[in-house]
Design a protein around this ligand. Structure first.
Ligand code: BYC
Length: 475
Protein backbone atom coordinates (compact mmCIF):
# COMPACT_ATOMS: atom_id res chain seq x y z
CA UNK A 1 0.00 0.00 0.00
CA UNK A 2 3.01 2.35 0.20
CA UNK A 3 3.26 2.77 -3.60
CA UNK A 4 1.12 5.56 -4.84
CA UNK A 5 -1.60 4.69 -7.35
CA UNK A 6 -1.30 7.25 -10.18
CA UNK A 7 -3.96 5.68 -12.40
CA UNK A 8 -6.63 7.24 -10.14
CA UNK A 9 -8.00 10.75 -10.65
CA UNK A 10 -6.70 11.49 -7.17
CA UNK A 11 -3.32 9.74 -6.68
CA UNK A 12 -3.32 8.05 -3.28
CA UNK A 13 -1.99 5.26 -1.13
CA UNK A 14 -5.10 5.06 1.06
CA UNK A 15 -7.16 2.68 -1.10
CA UNK A 16 -9.56 5.40 -2.22
CA UNK A 17 -11.01 3.18 -4.97
CA UNK A 18 -12.42 0.88 -2.27
CA UNK A 19 -14.52 3.65 -0.69
CA UNK A 20 -16.76 4.95 -3.45
CA UNK A 21 -18.62 7.52 -1.33
CA UNK A 22 -15.41 9.08 -0.09
CA UNK A 23 -13.91 9.00 -3.59
CA UNK A 24 -16.98 10.77 -4.99
CA UNK A 25 -16.89 13.40 -2.24
CA UNK A 26 -13.20 14.15 -2.87
CA UNK A 27 -13.71 14.15 -6.65
CA UNK A 28 -16.39 16.74 -6.03
CA UNK A 29 -13.96 18.86 -3.99
CA UNK A 30 -11.14 18.48 -6.57
CA UNK A 31 -12.52 20.93 -9.22
CA UNK A 32 -13.14 23.48 -6.47
CA UNK A 33 -9.53 23.14 -5.39
CA UNK A 34 -8.40 23.60 -9.01
CA UNK A 35 -10.60 26.68 -9.33
CA UNK A 36 -9.02 28.07 -6.13
CA UNK A 37 -5.54 27.31 -7.57
CA UNK A 38 -6.38 29.17 -10.82
CA UNK A 39 -7.66 32.18 -8.88
CA UNK A 40 -5.27 32.28 -5.92
CA UNK A 41 -2.26 30.16 -6.91
CA UNK A 42 0.94 31.57 -8.48
CA UNK A 43 -0.12 34.39 -10.77
CA UNK A 44 0.03 33.99 -14.55
CA UNK A 45 1.98 30.72 -14.51
CA UNK A 46 -0.43 28.16 -15.97
CA UNK A 47 1.62 27.68 -19.17
CA UNK A 48 5.07 27.45 -17.55
CA UNK A 49 6.93 24.14 -17.62
CA UNK A 50 8.49 23.80 -14.18
CA UNK A 51 11.10 21.23 -13.10
CA UNK A 52 9.14 19.86 -10.13
CA UNK A 53 9.41 16.94 -7.79
CA UNK A 54 6.30 14.83 -7.30
CA UNK A 55 5.85 12.29 -4.54
CA UNK A 56 5.56 8.82 -6.05
CA UNK A 57 5.99 6.69 -2.94
CA UNK A 58 6.21 7.16 0.80
CA UNK A 59 9.35 5.07 1.16
CA UNK A 60 12.35 6.99 2.54
CA UNK A 61 14.50 6.31 -0.53
CA UNK A 62 13.26 7.35 -3.92
CA UNK A 63 9.98 8.92 -2.85
CA UNK A 64 10.32 11.80 -5.30
CA UNK A 65 10.34 12.00 -9.07
CA UNK A 66 11.61 15.11 -10.91
CA UNK A 67 10.35 16.26 -14.30
CA UNK A 68 8.91 19.24 -16.18
CA UNK A 69 5.26 19.86 -15.42
CA UNK A 70 2.74 22.62 -15.88
CA UNK A 71 1.62 23.46 -12.35
CA UNK A 72 -2.12 23.02 -13.00
CA UNK A 73 -1.25 19.44 -14.08
CA UNK A 74 0.53 18.68 -10.79
CA UNK A 75 -0.95 15.46 -9.34
CA UNK A 76 -2.02 16.60 -5.88
CA UNK A 77 -2.57 13.39 -3.98
CA UNK A 78 -3.16 11.75 -0.60
CA UNK A 79 -0.21 9.97 0.95
CA UNK A 80 0.06 8.52 4.43
CA UNK A 81 3.22 7.01 5.88
CA UNK A 82 2.91 3.23 6.24
CA UNK A 83 1.01 2.09 9.35
CA UNK A 84 3.13 0.99 12.29
CA UNK A 85 1.62 -2.38 13.31
CA UNK A 86 0.41 -2.40 16.94
CA UNK A 87 1.14 1.34 17.45
CA UNK A 88 0.27 2.44 21.00
CA UNK A 89 -0.62 5.86 22.37
CA UNK A 90 2.49 7.05 24.19
CA UNK A 91 1.38 10.11 26.15
CA UNK A 92 -1.60 11.57 27.98
CA UNK A 93 -4.46 9.88 29.80
CA UNK A 94 -4.74 7.06 27.20
CA UNK A 95 -1.06 6.16 27.30
CA UNK A 96 -0.55 2.45 26.59
CA UNK A 97 -3.87 1.97 24.74
CA UNK A 98 -4.01 1.17 21.01
CA UNK A 99 -3.73 4.20 18.72
CA UNK A 100 -7.13 5.21 17.29
CA UNK A 101 -8.03 4.37 13.73
CA UNK A 102 -11.31 6.32 14.03
CA UNK A 103 -12.10 9.57 15.86
CA UNK A 104 -13.43 9.04 19.41
CA UNK A 105 -16.71 10.93 19.78
CA UNK A 106 -15.58 12.95 22.81
CA UNK A 107 -12.55 14.37 20.94
CA UNK A 108 -14.21 15.00 17.62
CA UNK A 109 -14.62 18.79 17.96
CA UNK A 110 -11.06 19.38 19.18
CA UNK A 111 -9.48 17.15 16.55
CA UNK A 112 -11.48 18.80 13.80
CA UNK A 113 -10.36 22.20 15.04
CA UNK A 114 -6.69 21.21 15.04
CA UNK A 115 -6.95 19.73 11.53
CA UNK A 116 -8.81 22.78 10.20
CA UNK A 117 -6.25 25.17 11.74
CA UNK A 118 -3.40 23.17 10.23
CA UNK A 119 -5.18 22.91 6.86
CA UNK A 120 -5.94 26.63 6.76
CA UNK A 121 -2.27 27.63 6.83
CA UNK A 122 -1.45 25.71 3.64
CA UNK A 123 -3.57 27.58 1.06
CA UNK A 124 -2.93 30.77 3.03
CA UNK A 125 0.80 30.60 2.31
CA UNK A 126 0.14 30.02 -1.41
CA UNK A 127 -2.09 33.11 -1.44
CA UNK A 128 0.58 35.14 0.37
CA UNK A 129 3.21 34.14 -2.20
CA UNK A 130 1.17 34.37 -5.39
CA UNK A 131 2.81 37.53 -6.76
CA UNK A 132 6.42 36.57 -6.09
CA UNK A 133 6.92 34.82 -9.43
CA UNK A 134 6.95 38.19 -11.19
CA UNK A 135 10.09 39.32 -9.33
CA UNK A 136 12.14 36.09 -8.98
CA UNK A 137 15.92 36.65 -8.73
CA UNK A 138 16.64 33.56 -10.90
CA UNK A 139 15.06 30.52 -12.54
CA UNK A 140 16.48 28.40 -9.72
CA UNK A 141 14.64 30.48 -7.11
CA UNK A 142 11.49 30.64 -9.20
CA UNK A 143 11.40 26.86 -9.36
CA UNK A 144 11.87 26.56 -5.60
CA UNK A 145 8.98 28.97 -5.00
CA UNK A 146 6.71 26.90 -7.26
CA UNK A 147 7.84 23.65 -5.63
CA UNK A 148 6.84 25.02 -2.25
CA UNK A 149 3.53 26.27 -3.61
CA UNK A 150 2.47 22.95 -5.13
CA UNK A 151 3.50 21.09 -1.97
CA UNK A 152 1.54 23.45 0.28
CA UNK A 153 -1.37 22.64 -2.03
CA UNK A 154 -0.73 18.96 -1.36
CA UNK A 155 -0.62 19.57 2.37
CA UNK A 156 -4.08 21.09 2.06
CA UNK A 157 -5.17 17.85 0.37
CA UNK A 158 -3.71 15.90 3.29
CA UNK A 159 -5.95 17.72 5.79
CA UNK A 160 -8.98 17.68 3.48
CA UNK A 161 -8.69 13.90 3.19
CA UNK A 162 -8.87 13.61 7.00
CA UNK A 163 -11.86 15.95 7.15
CA UNK A 164 -13.77 14.05 4.44
CA UNK A 165 -12.84 10.58 5.61
CA UNK A 166 -13.34 10.96 9.36
CA UNK A 167 -15.66 13.91 10.04
CA UNK A 168 -18.70 13.36 7.77
CA UNK A 169 -20.81 16.32 6.87
CA UNK A 170 -19.09 18.90 9.12
CA UNK A 171 -15.76 17.75 7.72
CA UNK A 172 -16.97 18.38 4.18
CA UNK A 173 -18.22 21.82 5.19
CA UNK A 174 -14.88 22.67 6.78
CA UNK A 175 -13.12 21.53 3.59
CA UNK A 176 -15.20 24.05 1.65
CA UNK A 177 -14.31 26.76 4.17
CA UNK A 178 -10.61 26.11 3.56
CA UNK A 179 -11.11 27.24 -0.05
CA UNK A 180 -13.25 30.22 0.92
CA UNK A 181 -11.16 32.06 3.51
CA UNK A 182 -8.51 34.34 2.02
CA UNK A 183 -5.22 35.55 3.43
CA UNK A 184 -5.57 39.15 4.60
CA UNK A 185 -9.27 39.38 3.73
CA UNK A 186 -11.10 41.76 6.05
CA UNK A 187 -14.33 39.78 6.14
CA UNK A 188 -13.11 36.18 5.82
CA UNK A 189 -9.43 36.02 6.80
CA UNK A 190 -7.24 32.99 7.41
CA UNK A 191 -7.35 31.69 11.00
CA UNK A 192 -3.87 32.51 12.34
CA UNK A 193 -2.24 35.96 12.39
CA UNK A 194 0.99 35.34 10.44
CA UNK A 195 -1.01 33.91 7.56
CA UNK A 196 -2.80 37.20 7.03
CA UNK A 197 0.42 39.19 6.70
CA UNK A 198 1.84 40.10 3.31
CA UNK A 199 4.86 38.39 1.72
CA UNK A 200 5.60 41.24 -0.69
CA UNK A 201 9.22 40.53 -1.67
CA UNK A 202 11.82 37.77 -1.73
CA UNK A 203 13.50 38.85 1.50
CA UNK A 204 10.13 38.39 3.21
CA UNK A 205 9.66 35.07 1.39
CA UNK A 206 12.99 33.66 2.60
CA UNK A 207 12.31 34.88 6.17
CA UNK A 208 8.85 33.32 6.00
CA UNK A 209 10.20 29.96 4.82
CA UNK A 210 12.93 30.06 7.46
CA UNK A 211 10.71 31.01 10.41
CA UNK A 212 7.09 30.28 9.57
CA UNK A 213 7.75 26.97 7.82
CA UNK A 214 9.77 26.10 10.94
CA UNK A 215 6.58 26.60 12.98
CA UNK A 216 5.15 24.13 10.46
CA UNK A 217 7.91 21.67 11.31
CA UNK A 218 7.29 21.87 15.06
CA UNK A 219 3.50 21.77 14.81
CA UNK A 220 3.62 18.84 12.38
CA UNK A 221 6.08 17.00 14.63
CA UNK A 222 3.71 17.52 17.59
CA UNK A 223 0.79 16.21 15.50
CA UNK A 224 2.90 13.28 14.25
CA UNK A 225 2.78 12.02 17.87
CA UNK A 226 -1.05 12.02 17.88
CA UNK A 227 -3.09 9.12 19.19
CA UNK A 228 -5.26 9.58 16.10
CA UNK A 229 -3.18 7.40 13.81
CA UNK A 230 -4.25 8.78 10.41
CA UNK A 231 -3.23 12.28 11.55
CA UNK A 232 0.14 10.97 12.78
CA UNK A 233 0.78 9.13 9.50
CA UNK A 234 -0.19 11.99 7.21
CA UNK A 235 1.84 14.62 9.11
CA UNK A 236 4.91 12.35 9.08
CA UNK A 237 4.86 12.32 5.32
CA UNK A 238 4.25 16.11 5.16
CA UNK A 239 7.45 16.59 7.17
CA UNK A 240 9.45 14.91 4.39
CA UNK A 241 8.37 17.69 2.01
CA UNK A 242 8.59 20.46 4.62
CA UNK A 243 12.37 20.05 5.06
CA UNK A 244 13.00 21.50 1.58
CA UNK A 245 10.89 24.58 2.38
CA UNK A 246 13.06 25.48 5.38
CA UNK A 247 16.18 24.80 3.32
CA UNK A 248 14.97 27.36 0.75
CA UNK A 249 14.60 29.97 3.50
CA UNK A 250 17.88 29.31 5.24
CA UNK A 251 19.91 29.07 2.03
CA UNK A 252 18.13 32.10 0.53
CA UNK A 253 19.05 34.37 3.46
CA UNK A 254 22.58 32.90 3.54
CA UNK A 255 23.01 33.82 -0.14
CA UNK A 256 21.75 37.39 0.50
CA UNK A 257 24.17 37.73 3.43
CA UNK A 258 26.99 36.39 1.31
CA UNK A 259 26.41 38.97 -1.40
CA UNK A 260 25.97 41.90 1.04
CA UNK A 261 29.00 40.98 3.15
CA UNK A 262 31.16 40.51 0.03
CA UNK A 263 30.22 43.99 -1.17
CA UNK A 264 30.89 45.47 2.29
CA UNK A 265 34.28 43.77 2.50
CA UNK A 266 35.31 44.64 -1.06
CA UNK A 267 34.48 48.34 -0.68
CA UNK A 268 35.28 48.62 3.02
CA UNK A 269 31.86 50.09 3.82
CA UNK A 270 29.49 49.71 6.79
CA UNK A 271 27.02 52.59 6.54
CA UNK A 272 23.65 51.16 5.40
CA UNK A 273 23.18 54.03 2.94
CA UNK A 274 26.52 53.19 1.27
CA UNK A 275 25.65 49.52 1.21
CA UNK A 276 22.31 50.26 -0.41
CA UNK A 277 23.99 52.36 -3.08
CA UNK A 278 25.75 49.19 -4.24
CA UNK A 279 22.40 47.53 -4.87
CA UNK A 280 22.51 45.01 -2.02
CA UNK A 281 20.42 44.68 1.14
CA UNK A 282 22.04 46.33 4.19
CA UNK A 283 22.28 44.20 7.32
CA UNK A 284 20.13 46.43 9.61
CA UNK A 285 17.26 46.15 7.11
CA UNK A 286 17.72 42.40 7.04
CA UNK A 287 17.66 42.35 10.86
CA UNK A 288 14.41 44.35 10.90
CA UNK A 289 12.76 41.85 8.53
CA UNK A 290 14.07 39.04 10.74
CA UNK A 291 12.60 40.68 13.86
CA UNK A 292 9.20 40.93 12.19
CA UNK A 293 8.99 37.38 10.86
CA UNK A 294 10.37 35.85 14.05
CA UNK A 295 7.91 37.66 16.31
CA UNK A 296 4.78 36.99 14.23
CA UNK A 297 5.86 33.35 14.00
CA UNK A 298 6.28 33.11 17.80
CA UNK A 299 2.61 34.07 18.07
CA UNK A 300 1.66 31.03 15.98
CA UNK A 301 2.41 28.80 18.96
CA UNK A 302 -0.61 30.27 20.76
CA UNK A 303 -1.05 31.63 24.27
CA UNK A 304 1.72 30.81 26.76
CA UNK A 305 -0.88 29.56 29.23
CA UNK A 306 -3.55 27.59 27.42
CA UNK A 307 -6.20 25.21 28.64
CA UNK A 308 -6.65 24.10 25.00
CA UNK A 309 -3.05 22.95 24.90
CA UNK A 310 -3.55 21.03 28.16
CA UNK A 311 -6.67 19.35 26.80
CA UNK A 312 -4.99 18.46 23.49
CA UNK A 313 -2.09 16.78 25.31
CA UNK A 314 -4.05 15.04 28.06
CA UNK A 315 -6.44 13.62 25.46
CA UNK A 316 -3.54 12.41 23.27
CA UNK A 317 -4.43 14.61 20.30
CA UNK A 318 -1.17 16.56 20.11
CA UNK A 319 2.15 15.68 21.77
CA UNK A 320 5.36 17.57 22.37
CA UNK A 321 8.17 17.80 19.83
CA UNK A 322 9.99 14.43 19.88
CA UNK A 323 7.57 13.17 22.54
CA UNK A 324 8.66 9.56 22.15
CA UNK A 325 12.33 10.43 22.72
CA UNK A 326 11.72 12.39 25.96
CA UNK A 327 12.16 11.00 29.44
CA UNK A 328 9.45 11.29 32.09
CA UNK A 329 5.97 9.91 32.63
CA UNK A 330 4.45 11.44 29.44
CA UNK A 331 1.42 12.54 31.44
CA UNK A 332 2.93 15.72 32.91
CA UNK A 333 0.33 16.09 35.67
CA UNK A 334 3.01 16.77 38.30
CA UNK A 335 5.35 18.90 36.16
CA UNK A 336 5.66 22.65 35.91
CA UNK A 337 7.23 25.11 33.46
CA UNK A 338 8.27 28.77 33.47
CA UNK A 339 6.43 31.32 31.41
CA UNK A 340 7.06 35.08 31.38
CA UNK A 341 4.90 37.82 32.76
CA UNK A 342 5.34 41.51 33.48
CA UNK A 343 5.59 42.64 37.11
CA UNK A 344 6.67 46.15 38.15
CA UNK A 345 7.59 46.95 34.55
CA UNK A 346 9.94 43.95 34.34
CA UNK A 347 9.71 40.57 32.68
CA UNK A 348 9.76 37.89 35.35
CA UNK A 349 9.32 34.12 35.19
CA UNK A 350 6.24 32.49 36.65
CA UNK A 351 5.85 28.74 37.20
CA UNK A 352 2.65 27.17 35.94
CA UNK A 353 1.50 23.56 35.51
CA UNK A 354 3.36 22.19 32.50
CA UNK A 355 0.17 20.91 30.87
CA UNK A 356 -1.04 24.48 30.58
CA UNK A 357 2.32 25.70 29.27
CA UNK A 358 2.69 23.27 26.36
CA UNK A 359 2.40 26.01 23.73
CA UNK A 360 5.36 27.67 25.44
CA UNK A 361 7.29 24.40 25.58
CA UNK A 362 6.93 23.99 21.81
CA UNK A 363 7.75 27.68 21.26
CA UNK A 364 10.98 27.25 23.25
CA UNK A 365 11.92 24.22 21.12
CA UNK A 366 11.36 26.40 18.06
CA UNK A 367 13.50 29.19 19.55
CA UNK A 368 16.42 26.79 20.10
CA UNK A 369 16.15 25.50 16.55
CA UNK A 370 16.03 29.07 15.18
CA UNK A 371 19.17 30.02 17.14
CA UNK A 372 21.03 27.21 15.33
CA UNK A 373 20.06 28.72 11.98
CA UNK A 374 21.06 32.26 13.02
CA UNK A 375 24.47 30.93 14.09
CA UNK A 376 24.96 29.34 10.68
CA UNK A 377 24.10 32.70 9.05
CA UNK A 378 26.56 34.50 11.33
CA UNK A 379 29.32 32.07 10.34
CA UNK A 380 28.61 32.94 6.72
CA UNK A 381 29.09 36.67 7.46
CA UNK A 382 32.18 35.98 9.55
CA UNK A 383 33.87 34.10 6.71
CA UNK A 384 33.77 37.22 4.52
CA UNK A 385 35.73 39.13 7.19
CA UNK A 386 32.84 41.48 8.03
CA UNK A 387 32.19 41.84 11.77
CA UNK A 388 28.44 41.85 12.22
CA UNK A 389 26.13 39.47 14.03
CA UNK A 390 22.44 38.88 13.46
CA UNK A 391 20.47 38.40 16.67
CA UNK A 392 17.14 36.91 17.58
CA UNK A 393 15.06 39.52 19.41
CA UNK A 394 13.73 38.72 22.88
CA UNK A 395 10.83 36.29 22.99
CA UNK A 396 8.57 39.05 24.35
CA UNK A 397 9.28 41.49 21.51
CA UNK A 398 6.33 42.53 19.31
CA UNK A 399 3.92 39.87 20.54
CA UNK A 400 0.18 39.90 19.86
CA UNK A 401 -0.90 36.61 21.47
CA UNK A 402 -0.77 35.53 25.12
CA UNK A 403 0.25 37.37 28.30
CA UNK A 404 2.87 39.41 26.44
CA UNK A 405 0.35 40.80 23.95
CA UNK A 406 -0.41 43.87 26.01
CA UNK A 407 3.12 45.00 26.79
CA UNK A 408 5.74 46.77 24.72
CA UNK A 409 9.15 45.13 24.94
CA UNK A 410 12.38 46.05 23.16
CA UNK A 411 14.38 43.45 21.19
CA UNK A 412 16.71 43.28 24.23
CA UNK A 413 13.82 42.40 26.56
CA UNK A 414 13.32 45.75 28.28
CA UNK A 415 9.71 46.66 29.11
CA UNK A 416 8.94 50.01 27.51
CA UNK A 417 6.45 52.83 27.84
CA UNK A 418 4.37 53.50 24.74
CA UNK A 419 6.45 56.58 23.85
CA UNK A 420 9.72 54.62 24.08
CA UNK A 421 8.30 51.95 21.82
CA UNK A 422 7.14 54.55 19.30
CA UNK A 423 10.58 56.14 19.33
CA UNK A 424 12.35 52.81 18.72
CA UNK A 425 10.04 50.80 16.48
CA UNK A 426 11.53 52.22 13.25
CA UNK A 427 14.90 50.74 14.25
CA UNK A 428 13.42 47.37 15.15
CA UNK A 429 10.78 46.50 12.56
CA UNK A 430 10.92 46.94 8.79
CA UNK A 431 9.73 50.42 7.85
CA UNK A 432 7.91 51.57 4.73
CA UNK A 433 11.27 52.93 3.53
CA UNK A 434 12.97 49.52 4.06
CA UNK A 435 10.21 47.78 2.16
CA UNK A 436 10.36 50.32 -0.67
CA UNK A 437 14.12 49.87 -0.93
CA UNK A 438 13.86 46.06 -1.01
CA UNK A 439 11.03 46.35 -3.56
CA UNK A 440 13.26 48.54 -5.73
CA UNK A 441 15.78 45.68 -6.00
CA UNK A 442 13.20 43.12 -7.05
CA UNK A 443 13.43 42.63 -10.82
CA UNK A 444 12.75 39.48 -12.77
CA UNK A 445 15.81 37.49 -13.82
CA UNK A 446 14.91 34.66 -16.21
CA UNK A 447 18.09 33.84 -18.10
CA UNK A 448 19.36 30.38 -17.05
CA UNK A 449 22.34 30.65 -14.69
CA UNK A 450 21.89 34.40 -14.09
CA UNK A 451 21.11 35.83 -10.62
CA UNK A 452 19.93 39.23 -9.42
CA UNK A 453 22.77 41.34 -8.03
CA UNK A 454 21.52 41.28 -4.41
CA UNK A 455 21.79 37.50 -3.97
CA UNK A 456 24.68 35.05 -4.48
CA UNK A 457 24.10 31.91 -6.59
CA UNK A 458 23.61 28.65 -4.69
CA UNK A 459 26.53 26.21 -4.41
CA UNK A 460 24.65 23.40 -6.14
CA UNK A 461 21.49 22.97 -8.21
CA UNK A 462 18.38 20.89 -7.65
CA UNK A 463 18.45 17.09 -8.02
CA UNK A 464 22.08 17.16 -9.22
CA UNK A 465 21.26 19.49 -12.10
CA UNK A 466 23.67 22.39 -12.70
CA UNK A 467 22.89 25.80 -11.17
CA UNK A 468 22.45 27.12 -14.73
CA UNK A 469 19.83 24.49 -15.61
CA UNK A 470 16.65 25.78 -17.24
CA UNK A 471 14.48 25.12 -14.17
CA UNK A 472 11.47 26.91 -15.67
CA UNK A 473 10.56 27.13 -19.35
CA UNK A 474 8.17 29.86 -20.40
CA UNK A 475 5.84 28.82 -23.18
N1 BYC B 1 -3.32 34.10 15.46
O1 BYC B 1 -5.38 28.77 23.88
P1 BYC B 1 -4.74 29.32 22.66
C1 BYC B 1 2.36 25.48 8.83
C2 BYC B 1 -6.24 31.86 19.02
S1 BYC B 1 2.33 26.37 10.29
C3 BYC B 1 -4.64 34.18 15.65
O2 BYC B 1 -3.30 29.54 22.72
P2 BYC B 1 -4.45 26.97 21.19
C4 BYC B 1 2.82 26.17 7.62
C5 BYC B 1 -6.65 30.40 19.19
O3 BYC B 1 -7.08 29.83 17.93
C6 BYC B 1 1.65 25.25 11.49
N2 BYC B 1 -5.30 33.52 16.64
O4 BYC B 1 -5.06 28.36 21.44
C7 BYC B 1 3.87 27.06 7.63
C8 BYC B 1 -7.75 30.51 20.20
O5 BYC B 1 -8.92 30.97 19.53
P3 BYC B 1 -10.41 30.68 20.10
C9 BYC B 1 0.16 25.36 11.64
C10 BYC B 1 -4.56 32.75 17.46
O6 BYC B 1 -5.52 26.25 20.47
C11 BYC B 1 4.24 27.74 6.48
C12 BYC B 1 -7.29 31.63 21.10
O7 BYC B 1 -6.35 32.39 20.32
N3 BYC B 1 -0.36 24.31 12.45
O8 BYC B 1 2.03 24.35 8.81
O9 BYC B 1 -3.84 26.35 22.38
C13 BYC B 1 3.56 27.51 5.29
C14 BYC B 1 -6.69 31.13 22.39
O10 BYC B 1 -5.37 30.67 22.16
C15 BYC B 1 -3.19 32.62 17.32
C16 BYC B 1 -0.86 24.48 13.70
O11 BYC B 1 -0.94 25.58 14.20
C17 BYC B 1 -2.55 33.33 16.27
N4 BYC B 1 -1.22 33.27 16.05
O12 BYC B 1 -3.18 27.25 20.25
C18 BYC B 1 2.50 26.63 5.27
C19 BYC B 1 -1.29 23.24 14.44
N5 BYC B 1 -2.74 31.80 18.30
O13 BYC B 1 -10.62 29.20 19.99
C20 BYC B 1 2.12 25.95 6.43
C21 BYC B 1 -2.72 23.23 14.84
C22 BYC B 1 -3.80 31.44 19.03
O14 BYC B 1 -10.41 31.16 21.53
N6 BYC B 1 -3.10 24.32 15.74
N7 BYC B 1 -4.90 32.00 18.53
O15 BYC B 1 -11.28 31.48 19.16
C23 BYC B 1 -2.90 24.33 17.08
O16 BYC B 1 -2.31 23.41 17.61
C24 BYC B 1 -3.44 25.46 17.88
O17 BYC B 1 -4.61 25.88 17.27
C25 BYC B 1 -2.52 26.69 18.04
C26 BYC B 1 -3.21 27.69 18.99
C27 BYC B 1 -1.19 26.25 18.58
C28 BYC B 1 -2.31 27.43 16.73
Amino acid sequence: MSTVDYSERIPNNVGLADDRALQRALEHWQPRFRKWWREMGPEGTAAFDVYLRTAISVEQDGWAHFDYLKMPDYRWGIFLNPAEPGRKIHFGAHKGEDAWQEVPGEYRANLRRIIVTQGDTEPASVEQQRHLGTTAPSLYDLRNLFQINVEEGRHLWAMVYLLHRYFGRDGREEAEGLLERRSGDRDNPRILGAFNEKTPDWLAFFMFTFFTDRDGKFQLCALAESAFDPLARTTRFMLTEEAHHMFVGEAGIARILQRTAEVMARHGIRDPADVRRHGVIDLPTLQRYLNFHYSVTLDLFGADESSNAATFYAAGLKGRFDEAKRAGDHRLRDDSYEILEVRDARLVPRRVPMLNALNEVLRDDFVRDSIGGIERWNKRIEKTGVSHRLLLPHKAFNRRIGTLADVKVSPEGEVLAEAQWNAGVGRWLATADDRAFVASLMGRVVEPGKFAGWIAPPAIGINQQPVGFEYVRFS
